[in-house]
Design a protein around this ligand. Structure first.
Ligand code: KG4
Ligand code: ZN
Length: 349
């Protein structure tokens, strides 16, 4: 079974080929960062137009890389949501059209499900069951995963997602889009203990997150330091900005680590899978590895390039879904859902 995967839910255009027996055969990606950077964030209409320009050449490139002809495909999987609806429609239309032309099933894939299964693409994959910490630009949630399509949301963010907290913090510090990786880089040069930011809800019972108060605390601190002239352009100001970034990142990481440890305890699981763009954060990876190993639990990650958006996870999820329910994907309806709760996913698709 060979599946073509297509991802266009936000600002990355990607295509990949996954074969059930041989694993990932090819994957390629075009990032729209340069297109959106002048605007400080993703401009949905520009994203859709760019997907239209880039997707078909990327599909050809992924097939060529895999050495697979279109006639060898058993199905076409595409991200059907959640995401920007115009961007999703590009991948969905191309995916369903290709499937129709080739006479194979079109498999609408849930983007967050694909993120939480991405770690299974690695050579030492986690076995079911596990707890997934899904931390992307739009979502922060802890999910108990007992099998394909068996997901129980244990907790989620009440306001900003962790990636959003990184991005908004970066903006407050004057860093360019996309903020998360820039803030993480700046934090490496800073002292995390100079500025102490709140750890919202960390002591509360339950497993939900909240990051908007943390962002407000940073905004107030930046204003205070600016008024005091401590953030003007000199060497001391550069060190202060790095210290702010380090303190802010430490607060986010503490919240994510604290909630993850609690989720493992509550669910009785021993494996944590981290997924989504924030899973690329080095500080988070180091802290989780240390905290979990001291508790006899194990943390798993997709490789860094599969933490952020990619089509390998879409092709892979499509393949698992088609294999589990070969007769379920006969519809040629073009599916694009801006919102799509993960709990709606069931084993049958
Ligand atoms: O999963 P993803 O690529 O896209 C969504 O589906 O949202 O996640 C993107 C998010 C952005 O908020 C980005 O700033 C954040 O992940 N991110 C990071 C890092 N790399 C990406 N945040 C912190 N540290 C990083 N190294
Ligand atoms: Zn994503």
């Amino acid at each position: 079974m060979i599946i073509l995967g297509i991802e266009t839910s936000c600002d990355e255009t990607a295509a990949a080929v996954y074969e059930a027996d041989r694993g990932l055969r090819g994957h390629c990606l075009y990032s729209q960062v340069a297109t959106h950077a002048p605007y400080g964030g993703v401009v949905p209409e520009l994203a859709s137009r760019d997907h239209i320009r880039k997707l078909l050449p990327l599909v050809d490139q992924a097939l060529a890389q895999a050495g697979v002809g279109r006639d060898e495909l058993s199905g076409v999987a595409y991200t059907a949501g959640p995401g920007l609806v115009g961007a999703l429609l590009v991948g969905a239309t191309v995916g369903v059209s290709l499937a129709m032309g080739l006479g194979v099933p079109a498999i609408p894939v849930h983007h967050m499900e694909a993120h939480l299964l991405a770690a299974l693409l690695e050579t030492d994959p986690p076995a079911f069951p596990f707890v997934a910490l899904l931390v992307s630009g739009g979502h922060s949630m802890l999910v108990e995963v007992t099998g394909l399509g068996q997901y129980r949301v244990l907790g989620e963010t009440l306001d900003d997602a962790a990636g959003e907290a990184f991005d908004k913090g970066a903006k407050l510090l004057g860093l360019p889009y996309p903020g998360g990786p820039h803030l993480a880089r700046l934090a490496e040069a800073g002292r995390p203990d100079r500025f102490r930011f709140p750890r919202p809800m960390l002591r509360d019972p339950g497993l939900d997150f909240s990051f908007s108060g943390l962002k407000t605390a940073l905004a107030l601190k930046v204003r205070e330091l600016t008024d005091a002239g401590e953030l003007s352009q000199d060497t001391a100001a550069a060190a202060t900005r790095a210290d702010l970034a380090a303190g802010y990142q430490a607060a986010i990481v503490d919240c994510l680590v604290g909630r993850s440890v609690r989720a493992l305890a509550v669910s009785g699981q021993q494996r944590l899978v981290v997924a989504g763009g924030v899973g690329a954060n080095r500080e988070l990876r180091v802290r989780l590895r240390d905290e979990l190993s001291s508790r006899g639990a194990t943390v798993y990650y997709p490789r860094i390039e599969f933490c952020t958006d990619n089509a390998a996870m879409i092709a892979f999820t499509g393949c698992l879904r088609l294999r589990a329910s070969p007769g379920a994907y006969t519809s040629l309806l073009v599916e694009a859902r801006a919102r799509w709760p993960l709990e709606d996913m069931t084993a049958g698709g």
